[in-house]
Design a protein around this ligand. Structure first.
Ligand code: PEP
Length: 250
C-alpha cells in the first residue's frame, strides 16, 4: 500500500529557536495522539535542519530545496550531500515559489532530482498550474507536461522513490482551496499518467499529496479521495495543533 504523508513546508518562517520549539511540539503531539499510519515530515529552513533533526524521532525532516551542483564554488548554495549529512531524509523540489521567484526550470530540477536521489534522499516533487491555465481548462496537459519534462525521465527504480505534491498555484497561501472534486480529478489524471509512463503497479505505489490552503477543517474532505494520499502544508504547518489536525484527518 502506498504511504500516507503529511509534510509541512515552513518556507522562510521561524527563527531557529521558534522552529525547534515548533518541531518539539509537533513531535510531542504526534507521538502522543498522532495517526501512526501517516508519515509526518517537517520542511524547515536549512539553518534549522540539524537542530530540528536532533529534536525529533517519530517525525521526519525535509529541506525545502537543494543545489543543482554536487559541490564547489557556488556561494550560498546547500548541496544534497550536505542535507544528507544532517540526517534529513527528504527534499522538497520544484515548489512553485522557487519556479516563479528563483527561475527554476525543468532542466535545473532534473539536476536537483538526480543529486537528491544519488544521496539517498526522497524528493517531494511539486507540480501545479497557475490560475490562467486553470481558467483556460488546460491544467491537465500542463501539469502532466511538468512531469514529462522531469521525473517521468527517471528509471522505474528511481521513480519509485519519488513523492509527488500537486499544488495548484491559485490555491497556495490564498485561502482558496481546490475543491475535493478538483483535487481528486487531477490526482487521478496524474496517477493515470504514471501508469501510462511506467505501469499500474508503480502508479498505485506513488504517493500524491495535495497542497494549497489545506487546513484541519478541509483536510478530511480532501484526504477522503481515493487518489489523495496526504498533503503538503504551508501556513497551517506553522501551528502544531492545526498541523496535527491535518495529520489526523484521514
Ligand atoms: C505550499 O506552499 O506548499 C502550500 C501548500 O502553502 P499553503 O498551505 O499556505 O497554501
Amino acid at each position: 500500500m502506498r504511504k500516507k504523508i503529511v509534510a509541512g513546508n515552513w518556507k522562510c518562517n521561524t527563527t531557529l529557536q521558534e522552529g525547534v520549539a515548533l518541531a518539539k511540539e509537533v513531535e510531542k503531539l504526534y507521538s502522543e495522539k498522532g495517526d501512526k499510519n501517516v508519515v509526518v515530515v517537517l520542511g524547515t529552513p536549512f539553518t534549522h535542519i540539524t537542530e530540528v533533526q536532533k529534536t525529533v524521532s517519530n517525525v521526519g525532516v525535509a529541506a525545502q530545496n537543494c543545489a543543482a551542483e554536487a559541490k564547489g564554488a557556488f556561494t550560498g548554495e546547500v548541496s544534497a550531500e550536505m542535507i544528507k549529512s544532517t540526517g534529513a531524509k527528504y527534499v522538497i523540489l520544484g515548489h512553485s515559489e522557487r519556479r516563479e521567484y528563483y527561475g527554476e526550470t525543468s532542466e535545473t530540477l532534473n539536476k536537483k532530482v538526480a543529486l537528491t536521489l544519488q544521496n539517498g534522499l526522497t524528493p517531494i516533487y511539486c507540480c501545479g498550474e497557475a490560475l490562467a491555465i486553470r481558467e483556460a481548462g488546460t491544467q491537465k496537459q500542463y501539469v502532466i507536461n511538468q512531469l514529462k519534462e522531469t521525473i517521468f525521465k527517471l528509471s522505474e527504480e528511481d521513480f519509485k522513490k519519488i513523492v509527488i505534491a500537486y499544488e495548484p498555484i491559485w490555491a497556495i497561501g490564498t485561502g482558496k482551496t481546490a475543491s475535493s472534486a478538483q483535487a481528486q480529478e487531477m490526482h487521478k489524471d496524474l496517477r493515470d499518467s504514471i501508469a501510462a509512463n511506467y505501469n499500474k503497479a508503480i502508479a498505485d505505489q506513488t504517493s500524491i499529496l495535495y497542497g494549497g490552503s489545506c487546513k484541519a477543517s478541509n483536510a478530511k474532505e480532501l484526504f477522503a479521495n481515493p487518489d489523495v494520499d496526504g498533503g503538503l502544508i504551508g501556513g497551517a504547518a506553522l501551528q502544531a495543533e492545526e498541523f496535527l489536525g491535518i495529520v489526523n484527518a484521514f
